[in-house]
Design a protein. Structure first.
Ligand code: NAP
Length: 481
């Protein structure tokens, strides 16, 4: 099954922070892959901008190195030779006045203009102001901003206000790269393009939902940076919130940016406050890997793991808890959403075992796919014995080699920017609502004197998190890849 590649319009994309890690690892290799796929017109221009003084050729050499290292390109690649001339570079200090007129001169009238702010959020305002002040951006230009979008409601509001001084909401593309993952988009397809699930998608039939994002890596090397954030700010407020929204939202009237985002916003606004007893924080502590050493702060109370029980206060979800957990240095790297349905109200199979609850697991990574556990009769003689079996579908198997070769989230999202489609980007009010829910959780913790629960590196997290589930007569799914 070959997916159709629809070329985007001719564009000029300026990457502020083009010499940085994100540009090297994701943006430049992603753009090259889209070029290879035939989606980027050969007339398009990609202009790097950062303080480093260098000319176009030096930047092309830098970009080639990054694309080779992170884009899996080895040896001669004629398409790489065709791609590199699209690149150019202008030395610009976001806080200075040099370079902006040169940048303006490079922007071609008639092309789509997009500006990717792949720099620290403290520079967003400076860049936005200068783009507008020098007449480089106009009403049709788009800006792309990276996470973190604030570290609390007040800072997110301030950031939104800064951008709003120069750009309209329809021009602002706030990246949450989880939304660019194919399997995350698939959540909407599964729910709203099948008749099978939606009638059961409510508290009457769903016992609970588990959302897990587990990583095996720790924070060594970037611990002092991570320590200012922690799992709730780094993962829950944004990525896990987006997953929760896609699972819990009402069907939008149309797959249209504002229709989808309106429904997500309603979910966030319906989230109940989380009492302290429904949340467990952890830090990995061991001889080989120790969060406190990685964070370079023996007194740190920042969580590298969090598990919480979340309730959505609306008709659809009254009584169905959503359990979220995410952490570093866990047993396996995996992201999944598991929907556990209720048990059948009555069993007709008296002496052959109770039917177990159906479970739908949507695997986001690795091995993207879906697994639906259903009851069947155990084959063979011996009466009517029941057994639960998985209906297992890996998207790679089901869709063939092209299915396995899914575009990286960044590739998809950058092409959406050029197309002017904001569906997979967070709207300003969505981000603020997410912080409004998260702030009291973070503040209550900061006011308390408690320390995170220690857990062994390579484990499933702290014991306390198990108790959070046991208390409700439920169990976490095993963390495995
Ligand atoms: P980085 O490696 O530190 O790169 C920062 C970039 O900004 C460099 O190109 C730097 O180049 C440029 N820069 C710094 N000060 C500047 C100034 N005054 N004027 C113009 N350019 C300036 O950071 P990064 O990891 O790429 O992250 C960039 C953004 O993406 C951050 O907001 C980060 O939170 C976000 N993000 C990154 C990742 C990731 O995987 N790396 C993931 C998610 C989000 P010069 O020194 O040459 O000026």
């Amino acid at each position: 099954m070959v997916s159709r590649v629809i070329p985007v319009d001719d564009f000029d994309l300026v990457i502020f922070g083009a010499t940085g890690d994100l540009a090297h690892r994701k943006i430049l290799p992603g753009l090259f892959r889209r070029f290879k796929a035939g989606q980027i017109p050969a007339t398009s221009r990609i202009i790097g901008a950062a303080r480093t003084a260098q000319d176009d050729d030096a930047f092309r050499a830098e970009a080639e190195g990054a694309i080779r290292e992170f884009g899996g390109v080895t040896g001669e690649d004629p398409q790489l030779a065709e791609f590199l001339p699209l690149l150019g570079y202008v030395a610009i200090d976001a806080r200075g006045e040099g370079g902006w007129q040169e940048l303006k001169a490079r922007m071609r009238p008639g092309a789509v203009h997009a500006f990717y702010f792949s720099v620290a959020p403290a520079l967003f305002g400076d860049i936005a102001e200068r783009l507008a002040g020098h007449g480089i951006a106009d009403d049709d230009s788009r800006i792309v901003v990276e996470k973190p979008f604030g570290r609390d409601l007040a800072s997110a509001r301030a950031l939104n206000a800064t951008l709003a001084r120069h750009f309209d909401e329809h021009q602002i593309y706030r990246i949450d790269h989880y939304l660019g993952k194919e399997t995350v988009q698939n959540l909407m397809a599964v729910r709203f393009a099948n008749v099978l699930f939606e009638p059961l998608w409510n508290a009457q039939f769903i016992d609970h939902v588990q959302i897990t994002v587990a990583e095996t890596v720790g924070v060594a090397g970037r611990g002092s940076y991570y320590d200012k954030s922690g799992a709730i700010r780094d993962m829950v407020q944004n990525h896990m919130m987006q997953l929760l929204c896609l699972i819990a939202m009402e069907p939008p009237y149309h797959f249209d940016p504002d229709a989808v985002r309106d429904e997500k916003l309603k979910v966030i606004r319906a989230l109940e406050a989380v009492p302290p007893e429904d949340i467990v924080r952890g830090q990995y502590r061991g001889d080989d890997a120790d969060y406190l050493k990685d964070a370079e702060d023996p007194e740190s109370r920042t969580e590298s793991y969090v598990a919480m029980k979340v309730r959505i206060s609306n008709w659809r979800w009254q009584g169905t808890p959503f359990y979220l957990r995410t952490g570093k240095k866990l047993r396996a790297r995996t992201s999944e959403i598991a929907i556990t349905f209720k048990e059948p109200p009555h069993s007709i199979f008296d002496d052959s075992g109770q039917p177990k609850a159906n479970e739908l697991v949507i695997r986001l990574q690795p091995n993207e796919g879906m697994n639906l556990k259903v009851m069947i009769k155990e084959p063979g003689p011996g009466g009517m014995r029941l057994v639960q079996v998985p209906l297992d579908m890996s998207f790679a198997d089901a869709l063939g080699p092209e299915g396995a070769d899914m575009p990286d989230a960044y590739e998809r999202l950058i092409m959406d920017v050029i197309r002017g489609n904001q569906t997979l980007f967070m709207r300003g009010d969505e981000v603020e609502a997410a912080w409004a829910w998260t702030d009291p959780i973070i503040n209550a913790w900061e006011d308390s004197k408690r320390r995170p629960e220690p857990y062994d590196p390579g484990s499933s997290g702290p014991e306390e998190a198990l108790r959070l589930m046991h208390r409700d007569n439920r169990r976490w799914r095993e963390i495995r890849s």
